[in-house]
Design a protein around this ligand. Structure first.
Ligand code: KMH
Ligand code: ZN
Length: 287
């Protein structure tokens, strides 16, 4: 079987909320289930196929509460067939056990962070974003047991080695799906440059579909480059709160609409969720 995305399609993920961005940074960050679902539906209407989910409690703190994830999922699934990808990165206030609790809410996919980074600024300075090999193995086992496809997030070349290890050990199935995340201001993360993206894409194993996430002002240029290279793209307020320098984005849908305009200029249509399910080897929408 030949894996890949047709040249005239692009799979767009929207990462709407995140663990760090909040309403004090941009009041348009959706935090509560109803806001997250409404925003996801707007993004679906603009051309997103996948929604990456972080959940918050009523006070806006990162939460692992199953009922909150279930509420978000059912609100989204009532509106549309977006592919639901929960975050197991969670947030710096969550334990490893809490980070995988979202898997019990039956997402289609879940993020699987492929190595550890160190937070070097902000309130969590010095708190590691820990993803040790045995933790990765445990997370991926929990996903596989539940039929959830891992979205392997790689922030550096060394994390691609970890992807290779999982493949060698038979822990993940084809087509492998790797999100190359560049420009995180964490120790150990690589910069959002064309050279880094090119080099990391070249180092991917066969049968891998890649997605690119550029953080901050790199979001649009790297998404454009990734589309030219035949990749999938992720945009949204989780990774970038601005529309332009000094101008906050009005919504996640605004960021999706922009990448769709660029895609069309490049001769690509946004893949529907049904098409994206087929490319990624996902089952039909979960109940
Ligand atoms: N904010 C991203 C760069 C996760 O949720 O698992 C990192 C992320 C991790 O998306
Ligand atoms: Zn995330």
């Amino acid at each position: 079987m030949d894996y890949g995305i047709p040249a005239d399609r692009v799979v767009i993920t929207v990462a709407q909320t995140g663990a760090i961005t909040n309403k004090s940074l941009n009041p348009n960050v959706p935090e509560q289930p109803e806001e997250i679902a409404d925003s996801a539906y707007e993004c679906f209407n603009q051309g997103a196929a996948i929604v990456h989910i972080h959940a918050r409690d009523p006070q806006g703190e990162n939460t692992s509460e199953l009922s909150v994830f279930e509420d978000i999922h059912s609100r989204i699934r009532d509106k549309c067939d977006l592919i639901i990808q929960d975050s197991t990165g969670g947030g710096p206030n969550l334990t490893q056990e809490q980070r995988i609790n979202c898997l019990n809410a039956k997402p289609d996919m879940a993020s699987l962070n492929m190595g550890s980074l160190m937070r070097v600024a902000g309130p969590y300075k010095g708190v590691p974003f820990s993803n040790m090999p045995e933790e990765i193995d445990w997370f991926v086992e929990q996903m596989v047991q539940r039929g959830i496809k891992p979205e392997m997030e790689a922030y550096s070349h060394s994390m691609i080695q970890e992807v290779r290890r999982l493949i060698k050990e038979g822990r993940v199935q084809k087509p492998y799906y790797v999100n190359i995340v560049l420009g995180m201001r964490y120790q150990g993360a690589e910069p959002a440059t064309p050279d880094t993206l090119t080099s990391m894409v070249r180092s991917l194993p066969p049968d891998t579909i890649f997605n690119c996430t550029g953080v901050g002002s790199a979001q649009t240029p790297l998404a454009t480059m990734a589309m030219v290279m035949g990749g999938c793209v992720r945009v949204g307020l989780e990774d970038n709160i601005y529309y332009a320098k000094g101008e906050l984005a009005q919504s996640n849908a605004q960021l999706v609409a922009r990448v769709v305009r660029i895609a069309r200029e490049l001769g690509k249509e946004p893949a529907t969720p049904a098409e994206a399910r087929q490319y990624l080897g996902l089952q039909a929408q979960k109940a």
